[in-house]
Design a protein around this ligand. Structure first.
Ligand SMILES: [Zn+2]
Length: 453
């Protein structure tokens, strides 16, 4: 039995621990296709992405962070922090102390980003390393006085090809070498908002275009000789759900606009009352059954969305598919930002490269787990974070991992072997101690004596 266990464990360690000694620092390219809902992978065809996955790993659902918006989730991926900890708590923010505003179009003030340290900054503080970025949110801002060594100022009109050209050039020809790079693309998010995810015809077309871009990415990496040694993660910030003009929550029907300031609107509204918080809360609380209304101190702990000055005194969370409006018609056919426990809000993650297994599928991780995994691949000491490295061990070739079904199988197998061996030993012992059959009884000499003399 001992021998069996030793053989089993030595075999597992040999198979899973073969890549622990790197001479050169690993390189990692992190790619985000905004708004790539996890189940698009099941419902549409992605020949290029499926080829990528076949030679790498797939995490079918990534549980992202609340609120499921673009800026907050991209910053969680690169810091491993919930929004209350990294400070980018929405795409639209207001800071009551400094009176500063933040929006998608006005995001360059480092004040908003400095509550955390993104991985490209940490990577650059290592000796002899650079980082590069093509439009990942925050990469054109000097966070802690540091931008990536190579970056592009954000502009949605710059083509994917130009972004890819820059990233590959920087990965190939930089000194110190670029070891961490990011690439961001606005689709399928933009079309998801415009058409709604249930518009099969338009989404088919857009998702085919996204898949072609992935094909182009892989092709370029192969042609340039980067493919074999570069680790590539393809993921997203959030999913998308269908909205409807029949699912509107009109705040103007419940409360006068003069009594509050609206910092963010839908599907999570951030409300700053002007005078009486309780009065505003009481009016909003009964406004619509498809909207949860929380005082800041009562926001459910599972959202990890409370302990930051930028979270307003009242937040309103619409049910899936419902849109909060101010007396107007439906702005978008698709949206995200809802409760992060909804599977429609989840993106996926696929990865390929020397750090990752080949042909391995995993059901779920948290988006905050991506950061400690990336730090491990790059050999960086992670900052304190909300992620769990152990959740991603099964994806990595240099980690020993047994997932639950395998662990149960091994325990049952070991018990069966143990039981069989025990039974055999008992049977053998019984055989040895059983009296020989047909052994003659020892008769006493006087047995034949008459009973009565
Ligand atoms: Zn997004």
């Amino acid at each position: 039995m001992k021998l069996l266990v030793i053989l089993l464990f030595s075999g597992l360690i040999t198979c899973c621990g073969g890549n622990s000694s790197h001479s050169l620092p690993s390189k990692l390219l992190l790619v985000s296709f905004d708004g790539f809902r996890a189940d698009y992978l099941q419902n549409y065809e992605f020949p290029h992405l499926q080829n990528f996955i076949k030679e790498g790993v797939l995490v079918e659902h990534v549980k992202n962070v609340f609120i499921t918006k673009t800026f907050p989730n991209h910053y969680s991926i690169v810091t491993g922090l919930y929004e209350e900890s990294h400070g980018i708590v929405a795409n639209s923010m207001y800071d009551v102390i400094t009176k500063k505003h933040f929006s998608d179009f006005d995001d360059k003030d480092p004040f908003w980003w400095n509550e955390a340290v993104p991985i490209w900054v940490t990577n650059q503080l290592q000796e002899n390393r650079s980082s590069a970025a093509a439009m990942w949110p925050g990469t054109d801002v000097p966070i802690h006085n540091t931008t990536p060594s190579y970056f592009m100022n954000y502009s949605s009109s710059v083509s994917f090809e130009e972004r890819l050209n820059n990233i590959t050039m920087w990965l190939m020809n930089s000194n110190p070498p670029v070891t961490f790079a990011t690439l961001y693309w606005e689709e399928p998010d933009a079309s998801g908002h415009k058409y709604g995810p249930e518009d099969k015809e338009n989404m088919y077309r857009v998702l085919k275009e996204v898949d072609d871009l992935i094909g182009e990415l892989v092709h370029r990496l192969k042609v340039l000789g980067l493919w074999e040694n570069l680790n590539v993660i393809i993921t997203s910030d959030h999913g998308m759900t269908q909205c409807s003009k029949d699912k509107l929550i009109n705040l103007d029907l419940c409360i006068d606009r003069s009594s509050y300031t609206l910092v963010d609107l839908t599907p999570v509204a951030a409300v700053l009352p002007k005078i009486n918080t309780t009065e505003v809360y009481n009016k909003l609380k009964v406004c619509n059954p498809h909207m949860n209304v929380y005082l800041k101190e009562d926001i459910p702990a599972r959202f990890h969305y409370q302990h930051n000055d930028r979270i307003q005194p009242i937040i309103l969370v619409a049910d899936e598919g419902w849109t909060i409006v101010l007396n107007k018609s439906l702005p978008k056919l698709g949206d995200h930002g809802y409760d992060n426990s909804l599977s429609s809000m989840h993106p996926f993650l696929a990865a390929h490269g020397p750090a990752f297994h080949k042909g391995y599928k995993h059901s779920t991780i948290n988006s905050v787990d991506i950061y400690p995994m990336m730090c491990h691949i790059l050999g960086l000491k992670p900052h304190p974070n909300n992620g769990t490295f152990g959740h991603t061990k099964c994806l990595l070739v240099d980690q020993w991992c047994i997932n639950l079904p395998e662990a149960i199988g091994i325990v049952i197998g070991a018990l069966l072997v143990l039981t069989t061996l025990t039974c055999l030993i008992i049977i053998m012992q019984n055989r040895l101690s059983v009296p020989r059959p047909f052994s003659r009884l020892q008769l006493q000499e006087d047995d034949d004596d008459p009973l009565i003399e």
